[in-house]
Design a protein around this ligand. Structure first.
Ligand SMILES: CC(C)(COP(=O)(O)OP(=O)(O)OC[C@H]1O[C@@H](n2cnc3c(N)ncnc32)[C@H](O)[C@@H]1OP(=O)(O)O)[C@@H](O)C(=O)NCCC(=O)NCCS
Length: 166
């Protein structure tokens, strides 16, 4: 079941995210945010009128996806950035695909124009493959802009058109 996240999901989302903060390169954060901070992030996305979705399986949150404004300046308002995180034990079974598909559909309904994904290349092939399967195309790459676990990491940018195509 994919549904809108509620404040009650903040703890489960924090747990899934903390695994990538501490052990992965999908995020450039190095200190896991506390549950209250995650709840504040959920609220910020809600205030922006953007979707934050969770997939629930067997009563637990298997993964989540959200869109946030790509840039704070007003004229960027039709462009969002996405993020998708799936619990380690639920990966490779279509959860990420289902979440991102629904996120794109909701952003289309909102009349948004573009969705951007910024993906740490060393995070693995799964995120890039997931985005390419769902219509994103690579538009750029920046070298060595992240330093995590004692390594320099590259970031690749992918972009997908949404409802406004003119
Ligand atoms: C990236 C991530 C969200 C993908 O979610 P998932 O549920 O494991 O992926 P899915 O099972 O839905 O697979 C999505 C597509 O990617 C492909 N894919 C998945 N894992 C892959 C891998 N390791 N290598 C290559 N392709 C892969 C699948 O083949 C699938 O395409 P298909 O449906 O056409 O077969 C998940 O692995 C994850 O949370 N990783 C850590 C956090 C992260 O990198 N998040 C992205 C930050 S934006």
């Amino acid at each position: 079941v994919i549904r809108a996240a509620t404040p009650a999901d903040a703890a489960a989302i924090t747990t899934i995210y903390a695994d990538q903060v501490l052990h992965g390169t999908a995020t450039a954060e190095e200190v896991p945010p506390p549950v209250a901070e995650m709840a504040a992030r959920l609220a910020k996305v809600a205030v922006a009128g953007l979707p934050w979705l969770v997939m629930e399986a067997n009563g637990a949150v298997a993964g989540y996806a959200f869109a946030r404004p790509y840039h704070e300046r007003a004229a960027y308002r039709f462009t969002v950035e996405d993020a998708v995180y799936v619990a380690a034990d639920a990966r490779g079974r279509g959860v990420g695909r289902a979440l991102l598909t629904e996120l794109i559909a909701r952003c289309n309904t909102l009349g948004l124009a573009q969705m951007i994904a910024s993906i740490t290349v060393q995070a693995g092939d799964a995120s890039i493959a997931l985005h390419e399967r769902l219509g994103f195309h690579k538009v750029g790459e920046m070298r060595a802009i992240i330093r995590k676990f004692g390594r320099w990491l590259d970031v690749v940018y992918l972009q997908r058109g949404l409802s406004i195509t003119d």
